[in-house]
Design a protein around this ligand. Structure first.
Ligand code: HEM
Length: 387
């Protein structure tokens, strides 16, 4: 018997609580602490596309993790950004995406089929984050990079534990572990090149583009950090919304042409990445406001995605919303390099769930716990009943 849920979708509650603290009548505003906020859609697009606005927002530090993350192209500008981004962006070819779609669909199906090994008593109750979202998202990144399945378990666990670290020492130990891992992988590829995956291609391009080993290693780490948790978290957020109001899930079961637009709508409302940071390098006019030079700016993507000037009835779930220019993958030069992969991956995962477990429902006897993770908002666990 599939149970429905009463009350507001818990994610709407979280969002409403957060947004109630912000004056939504002003698209650009400054907080008492001096931080600038951009929460209007056209204003965010204008700022994010402005090449004088910098992504170098991290304070330099001496730890190993600080050094690795300071090499992430996510936090670089202009040429420094482009040369590293190019090393990976051209690799997302239609052929590679098609291959990944098949891999992810198969992996999701296999993990879903094994759900009944989960708990024993109580039938097929399981935490779908641990049993499906994390392993599939990690399989996808590993397949993309060309890391073997056995090694994928290491990377998956590494990325999950990274998100739970709280001290500098833990981050540094993790950084050492993963750098050692990629150093070994890259030397393996150099000695005996395998024909699939990004690692050998990136290593070859790095030579041609004058990218040194430290930058290459940091880019490998960035792909795992940026690509693993975001997808896994969003998978959980998406399922929670679809299953909380059962009719949403049923609509997708009845009409699978809605799968792609429904993912866009849920990305608009419940993306794990709600904010990106920028720094102005000169006075910048956004709408009718001038943000001074050297200001820290938080672009609140989640609120831009609910701008009534762009989205009709912005708080409503319209799974068939025709035009959906949400900013959940950002905009401008730092537009998510993995957006096409994320879409392919999420669609394959959701389709596998609909095919395999049409009777899936939530088991929410314990309260839902959200974590403020490294790259965004996600559920620590999501208990489901598989039949
Ligand atoms: C639901 C899934 C995802 C969401 C919501 C998401 C969101 C984002 C956002 C908002 C940014 C922009 C940051 C900024 O403007 O400063 C970004 C950048 C980035 N994302 Fe994603 N992402 C997702 C999946 C992925 C995947 C699967 C990969 C990797 C394969 C990936 C790799 C990256 C990288 C490398 C960047 C940096 C791009 C740059 O600075 O040029 N992301 N992502």
């Amino acid at each position: 018997m599939v149970r429905d849920h009463v009350g507001q979708d818990p994610q709407d509650e979280v969002a409403a609580r957060f947004y109630s603290r912000i004056d939504r009548s002003r698209a650009v505003q400054q907080t008492g602490e001096g931080l600038w906020l951009v929460l209007g859609h056209p204003e965010a697009v204008r700022l994010l596309r402005d090449r004088t606005v910098s992504s170098m927002t991290r304070k330099p530090g001496l730890g190993i993790w600080d050094q690795v993350s300071s090499r992430f192209f996510m936090f670089k500008d202009a040429q420094q950004h482009l040369r590293l981004r190019r090393m990976v962006s051209d690799c997302f070819t239609p052929a590679r995406l098609a291959e990944l779609k098949t891999v992810v669909h198969r992996a999701t199906r296999d993990h879903l089929d094994r759900l009944d090994e989960a708990t024993g008593a109580g039938g097929r109750q399981a935490d779908i984050m641990a049993r499906v979202a994390y392993p599939v998202a990690s399989d996808a990144i590993c397949r993309l990079l060309g890391v073997s399945q056995v090694e994928s378990a290491f990377l998956g666990q590494w990325a999950v534990s990274l998100s739970r670290h709280t001290t500098d020492e833990q981050f540094d130990r993790s950084a050492e572990e993963v750098l050692g891992f990629f150093r070994e992988q890259l030397s393996g590829h150099r000695e005996a090149p395998r024909d699939s995956g990004l690692l050998p291609i990136m290593a070859e391009r790095a030579l041609a583009l004058g990218i040194d080993d430290d930058e290459l290693l940091a880019t490998c780490v960035l792909l795992v950090v940026a690509g693993f948790e975001t997808s896994a978290n969003f998978f959980g957020n998406m399922l929670l919304s679809l299953l909380w109001r059962r009719e949403r899930f049923e609509r997708l079961l009845a009409d699978d042409t809605l799968v792609a637009p429904a993912i866009e709508e849920l990305l608009r409302l419940h993306s794990p990445a709600h904010v990106v940071m920028r720094r102005t390098t000169e006075a910048t006019t956004v709408g009718d406001t001038v943000i001074p030079a050297d200001a820290q700016v938080a672009v609140l993507l989640g609120l831009c995605n609910r701008d009534p000037r762009v989205f009709d009835d912005p708080d409503a779930y319209r799974l068939d919303r025709a035009s959906n220019p949400h900013l959940s993958f950002s905009q401008g030069p730092h537009y998510c390099v993995g957006a096409s992969l994320a879409r392919v991956e999420l669609e394959a995962m959701l389709r596998a769930v609909l095919d395999r477990l049409p009777l899936l429902s939530l088991h929410t006897e314990q309260p839902l716990r959200w974590s403020g993770r490294f790259l965004g908002r996600g559920l620590d666990q999501l208990q489901v009943l598989a039949s």
